[in-house]
Design a protein around this ligand. Sequence first.
Ligand code: GLN
Length: 236
Amino acid sequence: ENDEENGEAEGIVVGTEAGFPPFEMIEDGEIVGFDVDLTEAVLEEAEGYEHEEWQDMEFGSLIPALEDGSIDLIAAAMTITEEREEQIAFTDPYFSADQSVLVAEDADFQPESLEDFDGQTVAAQVGTTGEGVVEEELIEEGRIGEGDYSSYDSYVLAVEDLERGIVEAIVIDEPVGDTFADERNVEVAFTHETGEEFGLGVRQEDDDLREALNEGLATIEEDSTFDDLVAEWFGG
Ligand code: GLN
């Protein structure tokens, strides 16, 4: 409960999946990234709430953890989808993204669109919209078989297997694909437009929190905070 009347701020536990650079990642044992700074800036503005702690978990565990009360807020570059909105609520959108296809550096397979797939092995992180693209546009369209797809607990592990030639392609949010392409021996083959928007996730009944977060987002978008964070984490 929000104890604003007693002047006590409610401590908010934030859940994330810290293998999604530059939105969230582990550096020197700490969870850092754009979403981390954004969420802390927004909570700073959100009256009646204060940030308590971060919890790192698998992406697919975030919505159940929100629903069972072990976390209060999801900050995980999570795309606002109708399917997720049946279970949780989202703040106003704070970031736009499409999906990219990653291949290993100097790979033989160099697709230019999803139509170029023909039985290659593909990876994505479990429960993501990238996995949705694999299922709907590669498997259901008969471009790859069900057995050609591997669902990974973490994109970090998927990128390692791409480098080692264990899988031939990864479908991943474009800004994160760009980051892995900069840092690892993988490259962006092409980008597939999905027009996704990220929101912070809250329980459907937590209207007060959602409104406070939306006000906080609006405030940091009006002053220079949001733009400064984009410049800091995306070099834009
Ligand atoms: N934006 C994508 C989704 O919501 C991926 C998020 C992630 O892997 N952290 O499914």
